[in-house]
Design a binder for this molecule. Structure first.
Ligand code: UGA
Length: 479
């Protein structure tokens, strides 16, 4: 099939690469010629400046100029295209609704080109980015406005998690296709022929509106589950006596009906999707006159989680942040990405600055450039000048009074030795990801340790008290 992928960001580029692997002729289009030049170069470093995904550059190299082509002009490719995948970014508006400006511009442009076709073969326009329920219908109206002939619209939402886009596209859990006619289902079955009737991949055919809703339901349910662990599980282990977080997790998720994914307590879930999608669903349901109490609570719990450890440090550890230096380890919203969108670190840094810290020493293995772009803007907030950027964990820790671990990078696991070398007690370790399983060695040496899902551990506390708080490993486990 001849396929045009419109928009080559995180959604479009891996999708285009994997479709071309399946033998389709794919034209990946983007309005930004710089992106197109970077992809066309085929160089990993250039491609990763825009989309940093394991295996992506290699996948592009496999099919580029054979089945995969990059272009910033699709007008000439519209004549005989079979399918368009709309992979345009849809950022949130302030009120939580979805900003469709870029999407609508692209839709009108494409409609204009399709209206000029001499060839009248069936063409299907598929929404792949997350868009509000009813957007496929809107796309249909736009095509009619331009008098496009013989077309269908469909929704085929993207379910990929960042860091897993290529593997996830090659082996998805499910493919959801929402369309209106058998003719259009058939065209999409040809696009996804390797997944139809696959033993492990669910191929779901439904209406465009149901497909759109499946995406919102999926993401809000995942965030609800994470928020259950953060808002209930972590609180149980922090506040009730003798409850151990790790054991709690293992015991509860041993039930085959309950997922281990999402049970990892944290300083809040970030990224470009969860926050945006739950707000959009709240907006859509409110517009339809429905109450959204549960979704609102989930959203609030997740936002609260992003700064609550700083409040706990003040109230439980009596730590006064005023004029202190704090190291922050991890800026990306999760490991293996340089993406800081809606990252918990953004909120933590703002909270620390509002509490009067003298300086913040930041380190992240991948997101330093993104961080400097985000904070190094003199017009934004002069307080951001208090942030300095460092090349290693050790360097970020030097001269600090406390450290805040915000992202679950592997290199932060078991950091006690590095902390002991870099800084002396009194010193507060705030662990937003439970990355230091050997926290006891820190506490024994005089450091305070405060983690999500655990009570504050202080050096002078007796082991019996620590144990009562559920935060000391059993003696036999220590051995
Ligand atoms: C998420 C969904 O997982 C994808 O299914 C969806 O397609 C995607 O959004 C999207 O709409 O495009 P992603 O944003 O890449 O994917 O990230 P996740 O791996 O889901 O993690 C989101 C956040 O939750 C991260 O900050 C992560 O650290 C946090 N998290 C995850 C937890 O705090 N606890 C957990 O147990 C799991």
């Amino acid at each position: 099939m001849k396929i045009i992928v419109v928009g080559t960001g995180f959604v479009g580029l891996p999708h285009a690469a994997v479709l071309s692997e399946a033998g389709h002729e794919v034209y990946a289009y983007d309005i930004d010629p710089k992106k197109i030049a970077a992809y066309q170069s085929g160089e990993a470093a250039q491609i990763e400046r825009y989309v940093n995904e394991p295996g992506l550059a290699a996948a592009i190299a496999e099919t580029k100029d054979h089945y995969l082509f990059f272009t910033s002009d699709i007008s000439s490719q519209c004549e005989d295209a079979d399918v368009f995948f709309m992979c345009i970014n849809t950022p949130p508006n302030r009120d939580g609704s979805t900003d469709l400006t870029y999407y609508l511009k692209a839709a009108h442009d494409i409609a204009g080109f399709l209206a000029q076709r001499k060839n009248q073969n069936r063409v299907v326009l598929v929404n792949k980015s997350t868009v509000p329920v009813g957007t496929a219908r809107l796309l249909e109206r736009i095509m009619h406005e331009h008098d496009v002939q013989n077309f269908g619209v469909a929704s085929n939402p993207e379910f990929l998690a960042q860091g897993n886009a290529i593997d996830g596209s090659r082996r998805p859990d499910r493919v959801v296709v929402g369309a209106d006619t058998e003719e259009d289902y058939k065209i999409l079955r040809r696009v996804y022929s390797q997944f139809v009737n696959h033993v492990r991949i669910k191929y779901v055919e439904t209406t465009p509106e149901t497909a759109e809703a499946i995406k919102y339901m999926g993401n809000t349910l995942l965030l609800t589950y994470i928020s259950f662990w953060n808002g209930v599980g972590a609180r149980v282990a922090e506040s009730l006596p003798n409850v151990r977080m790790e054991d709690l997790k293992i015991g509860v998720t041993a039930d085959t009906r309950i997922s281990t994914w999402g049970s990892y307590v944290s300083n809040g879930a970030g990224g470009s999707c969860f926050g945006k999608d739950i707000q959009s669903l709240i907006y859509q349901l409110n517009q339809a006159g429905c109450s959204t109490d549960l979704l609102q609570a989930v959203y609030n719990i997740n936002e609260y989680q992003k700064t609550y450890l700083i409040d706990r440090a003040i109230h439980e550890a009596n730590f006064n942040f005023n004029q202190k230096t704090v190291a922050i380890l991890g800026l990306a919203f999760k490991k293996r990405t340089n993406d800081m969108r809606d990252s918990a670190a953004l909120k933590a840094v703002e909270s620390l600055l509002s509490k009067g810290v003298k300086s913040i020493r930041a380190y992240d293995p991948l997101a330093m450039e993104a961080a400097q772009q985000h904070w190094f803007n003199p017009n934004k907030n002069y307080l951001f000048e208090r942030i300095s950027y460092h090349d290693t964990v050790q360097e970020a820790l030097e001269g600090s009074d406390a450290v805040y671990i915000s992202t679950d990078w592997e290199e932060f696991r078991g950091l006690s030795r590095t902390i002991e070398k870099a800084v002396e007690p009194p010193y507060l370790v705030i662990d937003g990801r439970r990355m230091i399983p050997d926290y006891q060695s820190l506490v024994d040496k005089g450091y305070q340790y405060l983690a999500v899902g655990g009570a504050l551990l202080e050096p002078e506390m007796e082991t019996a008290v620590l144990s009562a708080n559920g935060l000391v490993p059993e003696p036999e486990k220590q051995a």
